[in-house]
Design a binder for this molecule. Structure first.
Ligand code: GDG
Length: 724
């Protein structure tokens, strides 16, 4: 039976050396809890670094055995790996870049090499355990290359990736020299998850611009499959925090702590030591509050827990010193014999004490400058079982998208934050309660277990969707069937679209002329079948490109037809009324003026606005604007506006390829029909084909055609088979 493998940089246990022995300390983190039900069941397993270096082979063997009992497998990292891969590339390149701290980004090729090397170590460790149809769920920014490494070896595996930190805008990602490899690495997945819609949007935009892969409605079109990108805001183990806060143990600690701090209103802040968390900024705000509101002296205190983290990295060392100084300054300036403004702890606390802090505090001040999600704010809400208390939350935390009943602040707006604390201190109990209840309801519903379920359900859905598409992909069996039917037919016909079907796209449409290979295919096919090139191109271009070939041509989606048997040249198939063009052209020209790179193509029955050469993103934006503008105009003239591959076309609705193809077939008895096309204009052809026709759409889009095929190269290969 297929199993699930969870992979993260750190295992949910920490390996500690003690008196020449080692022991494992389980992580109490939300992720470990949420995924507990997954990795602990059946043959499933969690693979990762146990968090300490072990060089001795005997010790390693022992650790492997012990972890096996816990349903885990280690990836051992050397001291150098830890320095260059973890502290280096992960925490000095990716972490600052992804949190918009560009001033801290280190660009070190040696760190990058180590990042590749360690991702490969993870891949090798997984491959030792994985079967081809397993599900592998990779976590976070330390392992961005891993999904592709796995996909290359296990093409059919189910691979998912979730990023716990923000995904920044394209403007930041493009700064990293290795951006393309990083994005392609993630795109080895079937499902890519982020905490927020903005992260997902940034990722899709970066993939489009950097790798060239297009996407629609959260689906990236990779070369041979679709990849779903979606937002999955992570929850907490709500029940655990609620239960702990109510427990006798925690309430006893609360009573004890309260005795020590007296009647002061308590403002709680808890973070890992990190510049993204905005700790010094928060201290400046608290200083400002005390400076401007003497009435609060002796009445409020801040409990500040900073959990040591990455303290070997220079920027973290400096941050620690800055915090120490600021706390010292506030306390030196304002404390009295019976009042300390900031209770500062540079250490972690056991869970029941953490719970007591949450439970006893009046305000939680959670003001990161950037945070993927932030679980502290959610844990505070879950712990306020008497529904009092106020959450002040930064708009820059992913959680702010969900916890809209918090008092939301911009962490760069010092005065705004001072005002928010003042507002929170003055907030009436009824208002506190109504905000708290609404946040609790939401967090209870979308807890960590629900998050895991929704994520894995989505993964299953993506795999089903991929399977549907794959079942329609032209494979060797279908090719053989088409070949046999074609070769035994006495009167076959082929309807072949041109751009995207017989040839690739070029920035300048006039450069996409047929090459020698294509000319030879068409030449060799035409004695064996009726070949119809059916295109949106203008008749003069098609006529020039296929001059001397024994084929039929349909130009401009069916306005013009040229039959090989006729001496008449191009015949007009549809009456053209172009009285509408002048007004529509004016509008299109206005959009050309505003959009460098855009241009208009005029055809007999239509006007086409091209934006292939426009800066990516801007082209889409302008196309959307023009689309709604033209749609409004179109109804008055009875015209149709259609979106194509980097074009917007406006034309008469009764002219389409399907109608032209039917007219071409009229009066003939064909015993083999094949139609191939790559965009929406070809859907009309597919719809018009007889039931027994073979219809094939290039690319993996949903279609009326019976089959999909990867690209124009495979179309050429198929046609070559028919000639053999
Ligand atoms: C990354 C992303 C995203 C803190 N002090 C103590 C303690 N903690 C626990 C909290 C909380 C966790 O640490 C911190 O989680 P955050 O989410 O706030 O922040 P990161 O560590 O930066 O996490 C973040 C998260 O991944 C999940 O996807 O939300 O945006 O940066 O659970 O409770 N626990 C104990 N004692 C302490 O003193 N026991």
């Amino acid at each position: 039976m297929a199993k699930t493998i969870i992979v993260s940089n750190r295992l949910p246990v920490s390996l500690r050396h003690r008196n020449n022995r080692f022991e494992f300390k389980p992580s109490a983190g939300g992720l470990a809890t949420g995924l507990g039900s997954i990795y602990k069941s059946g043959e499933n397993i969690w693979i990762g670094w146990p968090g300490n270096t072990v060089e001795d082979p005997e010790q390693r063997a022992e650790i492997i055995l012990e972890l096996h009992e816990l349903k885990m497998a280690p990836v051992f990292l050397s001291k150098e790996d830890v320095e260059q891969f973890y502290e280096g590339f992960s925490n000095e390149t990716l972490w600052p870049a992804f949190h918009y701290f560009t001033q801290y980004i280190v660009y070190n090729p040696e760190h990058w090499e180590a990042y590749i090397r360690v991702n490969q170590l993870f891949c090798d460790a997984i491959l030792k355990k994985a079967d081809p149809d397993d599900t592998i769920w990779v976590h976070d920014y330390q392992l961005l290359l891993l999904p592709k490494m796995l996909r290359d070896v296990l093409p059919n595996a189910t691979i998912a990736f979730f990023q716990h930190i923000p995904f920044p805008s394209y403007e930041i990602i493009r700064m990293i020299p290795w951006r393309k490899e990083l994005l392609e690495g993630v795109c080895g997945s079937d499902l890519v998850g982020f905490h927020t819609y903005d992260d997902m949007r940034h990722f899709l935009s970066a993939v489009g611009r950097i790798t060239g892969m297009t996407s629609e409605s959260g689906y990236i079109q990779a070369e041979n499959r679709i990849i779903n990108v979606d937002s999955f805001p992570m929850g907490i183990d709500y029940g655990k925090f609620e239960k702990q806060a109510k427990s006798k143990r925690t309430q006893k600690i609360v009573k004890n702590f309260k005795n020590q701090v007296g009647d002061s209103k308590l403002i709680l802040t808890i973070d890992r030591l990190d510049y993204s968390k905005g700790i010094p900024q928060r201290l400046h705000v608290f200083y400002e509050l005390l400076k401007n509101h003497k009435d609060l002296h002796g009445k409020i205190s801040m409990i500040m827990v900073v959990v040591p983290s990455r303290d070997k990295v220079q920027s973290y060392k400096e941050l620690k010193e800055e915090i120490d100084l600021l706390v010292g300054r506030i306390n030196a300036e304002y404390s009295t014999l019976n009042w300390i403004p900031v209770h500062y702890f540079y250490r972690g606390f056991p869970f029941e004490e953490l719970s007591a802090f949450y439970s006893m505090s009046d305000i939680a001040l959670v003001t990161p400058l950037r945070d993927g999600m932030n679980l502290v704010c959610k844990e505070f809400v879950a712990s306020k079982t008497d529904q009092t208390g106020v959450l002040i939350l930064s708009e820059m935390a992913g959680a702010s998208k969900e916890l809209i009943d918090a008092v939301l602040v911009n962490p760069n707006d010092k005065q705004g934050m001072v005002d928010a604390i003042y507002q929170a201190l003055a907030m009436k109990p009824e208002e506190q309660k109504s905000r708290m209840v609404s946040m609790q309801e939401s967090l209870k519903k979308y807890d960590i277990f629900q998050w895991v379920k929704v994520y894995l359900d989505r993964l299953e859905h993506v795999k089903k969707k991929q399977a549907e598409l794959i079942s329609r992909v032209v494979d060797t069996k279908i090719i053989q069937e088409i070949e046999e039917k074609f070769k035994s037919a006495s009167n076959p016909v082929l309807f072949l679209d041109y751009d995207g079907t017989l040839t690739g796209f070029k920035a300048n449409p006039q450069d996409a002329k047929p090459d020698a290979e294509l000319k030879s295919i068409v030449k060799n096919l035409s004695p064996k079948a009726q070949v119809v090139i059916i295109s949106g191109r203008d008749k003069d271009t098609l006529g020039k490109w296929f001059k001397g070939q024994e084929i039929d041509m349909i130009a401009e989606h069916g306005v013009w037809v040229m039959r090989k048997s006729s001496k008449e040249g191009w015949e007009l198939y549809a009456e053209v009324d172009d009285s509408w063009k002048e007004e529509i052209r004016k509008i299109m020209e206005y959009y050309v003026l505003r959009t460098p790179g855009a241009f208009i193509e005029e055809k007999h029955h239509s006007l086409v606005w091209h934006y292939r050469k426009v800066e990516s993103g801007l082209g889409d934006l302008r196309m959307r604007e023009l689309f709604s503008h033209l749609k409004y105009m179109a109804s008055g003239y009875n015209l149709q506006v259609l979106e194509g591959n980097m074009v917007l076309e406006i034309k008469r609705p009764d002219i389409n390829k399907g109608r032209a193809a039917v007219a071409m077939m009229k009066g003939n008895e064909y015993d083999f029909v094949l139609a191939i096309g790559d965009d929406w204009t070809d859907e009309d052809t597919f719809k018009a084909m007889p039931k027994n026709a073979y219809t094939i759409r290039v690319g993996y889009a949903y279609t009326q055609a019976n089959y999909n095929i990867k690209s124009f190269r495979q179309v050429r290969d198929l046609l070559k088979k028919l000639i053999e």
